[in-house]
Design a protein around this ligand. Structure first.
Ligand code: CP
Length: 302
């Protein structure tokens, strides 16, 4: 994986993804080291983030590396009209690896094609979020003991949810049965469903989540994303369509876990947080170890 950009989740084979998860397990046992002390990582966030940016930065800091970058483009020369191309070519002079989040679908692929240093896609518009997927796979394996033959429900904005798109594609390697729950307006795009069909895997589509809960091992909740709607009235109409509360998970399997890439708005009630089946904050912690594994692999240290 040395020098290999990660733009889409299937840029890395199943074996490479599993290798990252194995290295992440080692970092979970020993997350504070000095192995990045000679490295500078650029963190370019053109779109808001809490977990992705801070877990990348925490991962680098705990390994003794340095971070340069920005958390909003308004303080940079982008504001003066500088192109993404010129920004990437410039920042590549100052860093060994660039982590980038950008609101435009395909921007990370473009950056990887012109950058002399590897690019990690930290989310490009509604397209992909492959590092979230690696930490989701890590979290699923850790809670279920396996990635194989699971029933996984995905709920919410399946149309614009980049975490969903990357995760569906990755889970196609593991004989997953998919339970896709969304309003009709936010169904999973056919370009993503195509990956399920190519593997002859099973998917079911629903508009309500209640009947799905007793059947599944993993419930992957997502937010209805205000920022992806061009019509604010449509967002207002469907924003509260799902709300998971404590009573709804009482009759689920013992191994059932609730995951969410976060941030949440109101699709999971706070009263779910105390349940041993709620896993979303541990999931966010796992992002540190997985990102340590990914960066050190790309830099040829692991
Ligand atoms: N999961 C995720 O991408 O969260 P942030 O938007 O806070 O980075």
């Amino acid at each position: 994986m040395k020098n290999k950009s990660l733009v889409s989740i299937n840029d890395y084979s199943k074996e490479e993804q599993l290798h990252i998860l194995d290295i992440a397990q080692e970092f979970e046992k020993n997350p504070v080291q000095t192995i990045l002390q000679d490295h500078v990582i650029a963190s370019l966030f053109f779109e808001p983030s809490t977990r992705t940016r801070l877990s990348f930065e925490s991962a680098v800091n705990r390994l003794g590396g340095k971070v340069v970058g920005f958390s909003e483009a308004s303080n940079t020369s982008v504001k003066k009209g500088e192109s993404l191309r010129d920004t990437i070519l410039t920042v590549a002079n100052y860093s060994d690896l660039i982590v980038m989040r950008n609101p435009i679908d395909g921007s990370a692929r473009f950056a990887s094609e012109i950058s002399p240093v590897p690019i990690i896609n930290a989310g490009d518009g509604a397209n992909q979020h492959p590092t979230q997927t690696l930490l989701d796979l890590y979290s699923i394996r850790k809670t279920q003991g396996t990635l194989d033959n699971l029933d996984v429900a995905m709920v919410g904005d399946l149309k614009y949810g980049r975490t969903i798109h990357s995760l569906v594609i990755a889970l196609c390697n593991f004989n997953t049965t998919f339970h896709l729950v969304s309003p009709v307006e936010l169904k999973l795009p056919s370009s993503v469903k195509m990956h399920i069909k190519e593997r002859n895997l099973t998917y079911h589509q629903y508009t309500e989540m209640d009947e799905v809960l007793p059947k599944v091992d993993v419930l992957y909740m997502t937010r209805i994303q205000r920022e992806r709607f061009s019509d604010p009235l449509e967002y207002e109409r469907i924003k509260n369509v799902y709300n998971l509360h404590k009573g709804m998970i009482e009759d689920t399997k013992d191994n059932f876990r609730v995951l969410h890439p976060l941030p949440r708005v109101n699709e999971i009630s706070v009263n779910v947080d105390q349940s041993p089946k709620a896993y979303y904050f541990e999931q966010a912690l796992n992002g540190v170890f997985v990102r340590q594994a990914l960066m050190t692999s790309i830099l040829g240290i692991k």
